[in-house]
Design a protein around this ligand. Sequence first.
Ligand SMILES: Cc1ncc(COP(=O)(O)O)c(C=O)c1O
Length: 375
Amino acid sequence: MDWSQLVVPSLRSLNPYRPGITEEKLRRDTGLSEIFKFSSNEAPVPPSPAVTAAMRDALAQANRYPDAQALLDKLAQRLRVPASQLVLGNGSIDVIASLVRAFVSPQHNVVLSEFGYCAYPAFVEEQGAMVRLAASGRHFGHDVDRLLAKIDLRSSMVLVDSPTNLSGHALTARELQRLIDNLPDRVLLVLDEAYAEFADGDAPRETEQLPLRHPNVVVTRTFSKAYGLAALRVGYGIADAGLIRWLNRIRPPFPVSRVALAGASAALDDRAHVEHIVALARDGRRLLVDALDAMNVAVVEGSANFVLADFGSAARPVYEGLLARGFITRAMHAYGLPTHIRISVGTPCEIEQLVTAMQGLLQATPPVHAIEEGV
Ligand SMILES: Cc1ncc(COP(=O)(O)O)c(C=O)c1O
């Protein structure tokens, strides 16, 4: 059967997103018993006992479809936004995909950054719409002027990740405000804040309030990173209540499981655990940056739970050498950066083992040169 003739035409040319390797896959492929995962920017520690207990309790009612209102209400209270301005998703990526489905038609284009999250273009292509790529700025971050310059009469959305998935570089409060102030009302700004809880310094504050003041701004967040619940697949969007009513028309029924709702709700109450994960990220970043510096590897350090290392020459041998030793990092070919590897923060002990493995590999093939700041 030639399925290519039967699928919707937009699928034929679509460039799919390829997720990173799981521990299970590497174990299946190599037979290695000890695997260290530094590739998908997850939390390096398991959920807290309170979260695990809440999920176990929820399992007792696994025969019933879930009701999401309790989590919506708790989030609304925490974020100081009405529950009618919240939408939950099977991970924040599900909310983002729904936004593109709801607001992007074939005659539209979506403005993305050159080094924005590489999962976005497939959503746009699926709609049969065009991507307009704005060149990125320093540290692979967003360049507001270039993003604004790419908006034309066909643009229905600007979609940016801040901090970014690639380098962790975040828009400053001023940059974000300038982007919003200069955005036409008919263009939706989707601000993907998967790493919001890690951001520091001059990062924008209280961005969850933006959709209340600007109906064309949507903010998405997740429980996958700082809340340490990537496997549960829970994320949310904050948006104008009218927009959410439209969005809900295309949402599948019950997108978040009862267990995931219970886990996310308990995680919201367990602030100490989130603070622990954020502190691990900050301290682990420091450890990684210092170790990479000492190995003469250039690093772009953002404000999330990972660093982007530039090995100056093809990073493939390092990536594959690490993989063969059970260390999963993320090669950056999907971003057209063959000399870079992104490394998520692990526990201090895991980082130490990774650094030792990397030192061994780099003694065999030292990095050729170090880059200057970002691009
Ligand atoms: C910038 C960005 N947005 C969204 C996601 C998806 O997160 P979720 O697990 O909430 O779907 C990721 C995951 O790595 C990400 O890096």
